[in-house]
Design a protein around this ligand. Structure first.
Ligand code: AMP
Ligand code: MG
Length: 502
C-alpha cells in the first residue's frame, strides 16, 4: 500500500474504528495488509447496513471499489489475520487461522454494539498454508445472498457489507473471476479460537480470550460467581437457539466444524450451505460431506459435540479443582440437548400456530405432521406457509394437499390440529397472521441462487443477483409479483450438491 493512497484515504474519516482485538496479546493474530488487486469494481454495497454501522455510506459507496478490495486502506483500520484452530469433520487441526480473511477493525454501531469489519479474499496471510488467500465470485455472491437472507429471516448471522470484483482470475477446478467480500460480525471469535490456545497449553490466553468475549458478548456475566462456567452455558444456549432457528427454516449449514461456530451465536461461513426443499432430515448438499456428518437432522447433535470441544478447551479455567471442572463441563454439555429441545419446541409450536400453553399430546401432533411431510415428500417451506392459510380457512386445505404425493394424506392430521387449535383463544385470522410471520414464503432456493450466480459468472449479468436479494429482503410477505421465487425446483432444476466456497 503506498503512502499516498493511505494519506488520501486518511482524509475521508469514513470509519471510526476502535480495534479491541488488535489490543490483545500478540499470540492472538498477525498484522497483515491486504494485497492490492488489478481492477476492482464494486458490485454490491449494503447501504442500510453501512448506515446501521454509523458509517458515511455515500463516501464508502463512492470509494467502495478501493476500500472493499483492500486497495485503499480505510483510515483507522489495523489489518490483521486472526489465529484459530479447529476440528474439521472431527479431526483436530491445531493451526488454521484467517487464511484468506483480514480483519480491518471494529466499529461501534448505532445501537452501541461492537461490530467487526473483515475482508474475505483480500490476499494471503501467514495462515494461508497452500491457499491463495483469494475468493471466487460465485461463493462471494452466495455468501452475500444467503447471509442477508438469514438476517431478513430473523436469524443471527454475519452480514454482507459489500462485494467487489477484482478483475483477476482465481484458479480452482477451473479459472474463475475473483472477488472480495466484506463481512460484518459481532465478532469472528470461534470455538476454534479457544482451541488454539488450549492446544498450546496457554491457559493464560484462554482466560484473556474468555474475558474479552465476556466483555464483548456477555457483559451480564461479569458479576457471576463462576463467570467462565456461565460463559460456557451462555454460548451453549445461543448455539442451541441458533440451530433451532436453522431447523425452523430448513437451513443446512453444511460445514459445522468448530472453526465455523461462533462464540457470539451468529451463523458464520456460508461455503456449502443450502436450504432444504423436500423435507428429509438426512438431507446433505455439501459435496465434501460424504458421510452426512452435517446433514439437516444431525445439526443439534453436532452443536452439542462442538460445545463439548469448547468445554474441553475451557477446562483449565472452569474451576481450580480439575475434577470439579470436568464435572461442571459434563453438566454443561449434557444440558445442551435440553436447551435445544426447549428452543426447538418454541419454534415448531409457533410454526403450527400453537401458543405457549404446551400440552403432553402436542408432541405427538408435531411428530405426526413431520412424519407425514417426510413420507409425502412435501416441500418444507411451502407446506408450513400453506398451513398458515389452512389456519384461517379450510378452503385452503387442497392447496396444501397438492404438495403431497397423496393429497389426502394430511386430512386426519388437519382435523386433529383444528381440534387442538379450538382449545386456544386466538382468532383464526390472528393465528394465520402470526404463522405467516414465522413461516417464510421465500427462502434462498438453491436453484434460484445457482441461476443468479451463473448469470453473474458466465455473462457478467448481476440483475438476477439483485432481484434475488430484493425478494429475500422480505421473506415473510407474499410478494405475488415474485411468486416464482417461492416455488420448489421443477424436476431437472434440482441442485444435487453445493461446493465448498474456497
Ligand atoms: P473454511 O473451509 O472456509 O472454513 O476454511 C478453513 C480454513 O482454510 C481456514 O483457515 C481458511 O482461512 C482456510 N482457507 C480457505 N480457503 C482459502 C484460500 N483460498 N486461501 C487460503 N486459505 C484458505
Ligand atoms: Mg471457515
Amino acid at each position: 500500500m503506498s503512502t499516498a493512497t493511505t494519506a488520501q484515504a486518511g482524509a475521508t474519516g469514513a470509519i471510526p474504528f476502535d480495534n479491541s482485538y488488535a489490543r490483545l496479546p500478540d499470540a492472538f493474530f498477525t498484522p497483515v495488509d491486504p494485497t492490492p488487486v488489478e481492477a476492482p469494481m464494486l458490485i454490491a454495497f449494503n447501504r442500510p447496513l453501512a448506515e446501521e454501522l454509523g458509517l458515511d455510506a455515500d463516501r464508502l459507496e463512492r470509494h467502495g471499489a478501493g476500500y472493499f478490495s483492500g486497495n485503499v486502506a480505510l483510515p483507522g483500520s489495523l489489518p490483521l489475520a486472526m489465529a484459530y484452530a479447529g476440528h474439521q469433520f472431527g479431526q483436530f487441526v491445531p493451526q488454521l487461522g484467517d487464511g484468506r480473511a483480514i480483519l480491518l477493525g471494529e466499529v461501534i454501531d448505532r445501537n452501541g454494539k461492537r461490530r467487526d469489519i473483515q475482508l474475505k479474499g483480500a490476499g494471503p496471510t501467514p495462515y494461508s498454508r497452500r491457499g491463495d488467500g483469494r475468493a471466487a465470485l460465485g461463493p462471494v455472491l452466495r455468501e452475500y445472498i444467503i447471509s442477508e437472507a438469514m438476517h431478513a429471516l430473523g436469524i443471527p448471522t454475519t452480514r454482507a457489507l459489500a462485494a467487489v470484483a477484482t478483475g483477476q482470475p482465481v484458479y480452482r477446478d477451473r479459472v474463475l473471476p475473483g472477488a472480495v467480500f466484506t463481512r460484518v460480525a459481532g465478532s469472528h471469535i470461534r470455538v476454534g479460537t479457544f482451541q488454539f490456545f488450549a492446544a498450546r497449553g496457554d491457559t493464560e490466553n484462554v482466560r484473556v480470550l474468555a474475558d474479552h468475549v465476556i466483555d464483548r458478548h456477555y457483559p451480564a456475566l461479569k458479576g457471576a460467581e463462576k463467570p467462565y462456567l456461565a460463559l460456557l452455558d451462555a454460548v451453549a444456549d445461543r448455539q442451541a437457539s441458533l440451530i433451532a432457528k436453522w431447523l425452523g427454516v430448513g437451513f443446512i449449514h453444511g460445514v459445522m466444524n468448530t472453526d465455523n461456530m461462533t462464540i457470539s451465536g451468529e451463523t458464520i461461513d456460508f461455503g456449502p450451505c443450502a436450504f432444504m426443499d423436500r423435507y428429509d432430515p438426512r438431507t446433505v448438499y455439501s459435496s465434501i460431506d460424504r458421510n452426512g456428518r452435517y446433514a439437516f437432522g444431525n445439526q443439534p447433535g453436532i452443536g452439542q459435540w462442538n460445545i463439548a470441544r469448547l468445554a474441553e478447551a475451557m477446562l483449565a479455567i472452569l474451576d481450580d479443582d480439575q475434577d470439579k471442572a470436568v464435572e461442571a463441563a459434563n453438566v454443561a454439555v449434557s444440558r445442551f440437548m435440553e436447551r435445544f429441545q426447549a428452543h426447538w419446541t418454541r419454534t415448531i409450536r409457533a410454526k403450527i400456530g400453537l401458543g405457549d400453553d404446551a400440552r403432553e399430546e402436542d408432541q405427538e401432533l408435531i411428530r405426526e405432521l413431520l412424519v407425514t411431510l417426510y413420507e409425502q415428500k412435501a416441500d418444507y417451506t411451502l407446506a408450513f406457509r400453506r398451513l398458515a392459510d389452512c389456519a384461517q380457512d379450510d378452503a385452503a386445505d387442497p392447496a396444501l394437499g397438492t404438495l403431497l404425493e397423496d393429497p389426502t394424506a394430511l386430512t386426519p392430521w388437519l382435523s386433529a390440529w383444528r381440534a387442538r387449535l379450538a382449545q386456544e383463544a386466538t382468532a383464526p385470522a390472528a393465528r394465520a397472521g402470526a404463522m405467516r410471520r414465522v413461516n417464510p414464503a421465500f427462502i434462498p432456493r438453491n436453484h434460484k441462487v445457482e441461476e443468479a450466480l451463473n448469470a453473474a459468472i458466465d455473462d457478467g449479468d448481476f440483475s438476477l443477483f439483485a432481484a434475488l436479494n430484493d425478494v429475500l429482503a422480505r421473506p415473510y410477505e407474499d410478494q405475488p409479483r415474485f411468486a416464482a421465487y417461492a416455488l420448489p425446483p421443477e424436476p431437472g432444476e434440482e441442485i444435487a450438491a453445493t461446493f465448498c466456497g474456497t
